[in-house]
Design a protein around this ligand. Structure first.
Ligand code: CAA
Length: 466
């Protein structure tokens, strides 16, 4: 029985900063942001928004669009790294908001939890819910997994231009219209790491930028090795002489902390997969340089990063490789469409890979490409750190969903903030919830947060603003 993604609905807050304003204020060349990072607009939350109300807004859209009743939903999970309470799960807030629309106790049968493992937890949540359906525990019902986050970094830090905010509600069911997951090939990897983390009580993360980039690449590649082994063993993919597993994947959708990271992940993966194949000689011929090796190829990430000479030549090699016809053919055909949304929204942590998947569907469809039966390979990464690699095939019913996709329309009219307004918002100087910049209607907003000691301490109150 095919199980997978039937539809996805997005909620992106309507405030943003423009990269040109940002570059000017920070004294950065705008070309670095546009091309070096791949960002043009970064979405930001208003004073009366949080990850829970973004999640509820995305979920309500998904349900209304698909004429779903709460009875059709057996489980609702929220995956996030922007938790609001050390104990109370975010899906409980979401259920509370949705019941304002669907009536008290409308979701009481729909169990679920909040999941956390940085940006990868949504993929674990989807995998677990797909298996819940496969195990026939679902009593004919579907699951909704909502990925929702606010990526917020310190002002003036290198992470500041990789911010963003938004939520995606994903409908997981049998006989899905969009994508059916390939079975028995999902592969995961995990290691205790401190590449990016946010200690309890701290609003912004502590980041080891270059380390996190390299760790992402290594972890996804290791999970990809596990995927490859399983795909060959189960007969999902059989390789002829000279073929690479990447030849059997029609699209790549990977975690996108920023657009350029997707491009770099593809380059890393192709280098790893092609290095031992006859085609590599042709790549090297076009490049006119040999691939460099670190002094200690079996060394730690720290030792590789400390190998300055190697890092310099490897960067040169990687940039040159990304200019070759070999890389560009794969990039244009199999990845470029998945990166479009990232450039105008920014990092969505748990939601960023799923925004990439949605972007790929919309923009490939708009190019007129026939997508039925195409295999999408996913590379999900969460700092801390874990990676999950899996794949699925686009289903015959996809057009019914994809033809209605329109990213700009779904985001809605956006309001550009000046850098002054942005900084005020960032530092919480406009603290009052009722001092929001926008007054959006037909969506959930946060109206009150209980103090520490008062009656209803810690309560978060939301309303559906008409
Ligand atoms: N024109 C065009 N490009 C330019 C340029 C210019 N004038 N100036 C610089 N660039 C290019 C650089 O050459 C570089 O390109 P390559 O990647 O091809 O080498 C690119 O711009 C980035 O510049 P830097 O290497 O100087 O990097 P930075 O100091 O700006 O930091 C970062 C980049 C490490 C990603 C930083 O933004 C950061 O720490 N971000 C947060 C952490 C993060 O996103 N890590 C990603 C992996 S971890 C993860 O994925 C989990 C998660 O969601 C956080």
């Amino acid at each position: 029985m095919p199980v997978g993604i039937d539809d996805l609905a997005i909620y992106i807050p309507k405030l943003y900063v423009d990269y040109k304003d940002f570059a000017k204020a920070r004294g950065i060349d705008p070309q670095k942001l546009e091309y070096g990072i791949g960002i043009r607009k970064m979405a930001l939350v208003d004073t009366n928004q949080d990850p829970a109300c973004m999640a509820a807004n995305a979920c309500l859209k998904l349900m209304e669009r698909n004429h779903l009743h709460p009875k059709d939903i057996g489980r609702m999970y929220v995956a996030t790294e922007s938790g609001l309470d050390e104990s109370k799960a975010m899906n409980s807030f979401v259920v509370g908001m949705l019941e304002q629309v669907y009536g008290e106790d409308a979701f009481e049968h729909a169990g679920g939890i909040e999941c956390k493992f940085a940006c990868v937890s949504g993929s674990y949540a989807i995998y677990d819910n797909a298996n819940w359906i496969r195990a026939d525990e679902n009593n004919g019902k579907a699951a909704i997994v909502i990925v929702s986050d606010i990526a917020k970094y310190d002002i003036g830090s290198a992470g500041e231009y990789t911010q963003g905010a938004g939520a995606i509600a994903i409908l997981v069911k049998d006989n899905p219209r969009l994508l059916s997951f390939d079975q028995k090939v999902t592969s995961t990897i995990i290691k205790n790491e401190y590449d990016f983390y946010r200690p309890i009580g701290k609003e912004t993360p502590l980041v080891n930028g270059n380390y996190s980039n390299l760790l992402y690449l290594i972890q996804v590649r290791k999970a990809f090795d596990g995927y490859k082994e399983k795909a060959i063993k189960t007969g999902l993919i059989s390789l002829k002489d000279g073929e690479s597993i990447t030849d059997h994947i029609d699209y790549f959708s990977v975690h996108l902390p920023y657009r350029k990271m997707g491009e770099k992940a593809l380059a890393y993966l192709l280098r790893h997969e092609w290095r031992s194949l006859p085609r590599w000689r042709q790549v090297i011929r076009e490049l006119g340089m040999e691939e460099p090796l670190p002094k200690d190829p079996r060394g730690t990430i720290e030792s590789i990063l400390a190998d300055v000479e190697f890092m310099k030549t490897d960067d040169k090699f990687r940039r040159a490789f990304m200019q070759t016809s070999f890389y560009n053919e794969v990039y244009e055909k199999k990845m470029a469409s998945s990166l479009e949304a990232s450039a105008i929204i920014g990092n969505l942590y748990t939601a960023s890979m799923y925004m990439g998947f949605r972007s790929l569907l919309e923009f490939e469809y708009k190019k007129g490409v026939e997508l039925e039966g195409k295999r999408v390979g996913f590379g999900s990464y969460g700092s801390g750190s874990s990676a999950m690699v899996f794949s699925g095939r686009i289903q015959p019913g996809y057009k019914e969903v994809v033809k209605k996709m329109n990213l700009e329309d779904e985001i809605g009219t956006r309001t550009k903030l000046s850098m002054e307004e942005y900084e005020k918002l960032h530092e919480g100087r406009t603290l009052a919830l009722n001092e929001s910049i926008l007054h959006n209607s037909r969506e959930f907003v946060l109206t009150k947060v209980g103090g520490i000691t008062a009656d209803k301490a810690g309560f978060r109150e939301y309303v559906y603003a008409n």
